[in-house]
Each structure stands twice: as structure tokens, then as C-alpha cells.
Design a binder for this molecule. Sequence first.
Ligand SMILES: [Zn+2]
Length: 235
Amino acid sequence: MRKVGIHQCVVNGTTESDWPKVKGLAQDHPDLIIPSYGLHPWYLDQRSDHWLNTLVGLLKESPTAAIGECGLDRWIKDHDIDLQLPIFKQHLDLAVHFDRPITIHCLKAWGNLLTIFKESTVLPTRLLLHSYSGSLETARELLKLGAHFSFSGHFLHSRKAKVREIFHQFPPDRILVETDAPGMSPPSQNYQLEDLNHPANLPEIVAQCSQVLNIPVEQFAQNSRNFFNIASSQK
Ligand SMILES: [Zn+2]
């Protein structure tokens, strides 16, 4: 990642067993890695009884840590939305309490998401809808709440023209860029490692996203710094 010019990026943990690995990365490379901790809706069955205490401990010991991935998913087979809803709500409450940015995964559960947001008396000030795949109507509701949206390298596939069209409608200062590594690969040509979606693909994805959306690369860097409240590390 350093070799391809990445100065800083966020790494998300998605299960309790990920969290120590993310923490270790951030400790080994404090200038490069901003840790983020959450329970992804696909892996809720793997959680322990004390996951919430562990998460609170991690947030307390790392003032720059973000929250996520967490969220709602009605696309995955055998999903249990009644289990997902309260756990997601607990992540939102933590983001409010500790005033941390929160990265949200949402697939085919937009009604549930908007309902939670409408019923909440306080919302986190920094909401990121990662790899946003909802409609423009939903996006408009989320924009009113101050939400940001991240563009994934996966959206560079030709078949994702509709998603790119929605990103065209967003204010440029609300868009961040991600790899979504190791899943959701971008079109493979021109990337560092052909068969693996590696975090080092980020600069190439940012460059292509910049072309597609006609937004300068520096704007994305600034958006990320603003959202995750980080100082510029560029010398
Ligand atoms: Zn996700």
C-alpha cells in the first residue's frame, strides 16, 4: 500500500475474531491504518456474549477508531432481520455516544434502515453508506440526514452503469472511495494483483472513479480526511 502511494486508509473489521487483527495492523502502522470495528450482518452468529463490551473497550482505547462494518442485509440467504435490527441499533448508539464515524452495509433493507433513522431521536453525525447500491429516492432521504456514500471499485464494471449514474447525482463532497477488499473485485485489468482485490488497488480505483464522475482525486482524499477526522499525512 505504501509502495503505490497510499498515505492513510481505513480498515474495517467485520467479526469479533477480526478485531485483534485490525488492532494489530493499526498498532504496527499507526500512520497508515485507521482501525474500524463492527459486526457485519452476515456474521452475527459468530458473536460472543460479550461482543459489545469488547467493542466499547476498543473504542475507548483508540480515540481515532471508527465503527463498522455493521448494518442490515435482506439480500443474503437465510437472513434474520429481527436479529440484525437490534445489533445494528447498538452500533448506531455507540457512534452517537463516542461521536465516531460509522460505516454501514445495507443490501435490500432500505425501508428498515430509513425507519430506524426516522425513529432515532439522535443520529451519528457521520454516516457512511458503503458501496451504496440503493435508489436515488433513498439516497435523497439519506442526503438530508448528512450521509456520505462510498464508491466501490466493483462499480467500475460495465454492467454497473446504473449505480454510477446515481453517484453522478451526489454532491462531490459526499463521496468517498473504497476497494471493498478482499471481496467485490474491480474489473481486473490495470490492477496490482489480477486475481485478488487487494487494498493496494485503491489509487487505481480512485483514479478511475475520478474520471467516471469527473471529480478531482484530491476531492476524494479531502472528503475522507473530513469524514474520518484525520489530519493530512502528506509531506
Ligand atoms: Zn459491505
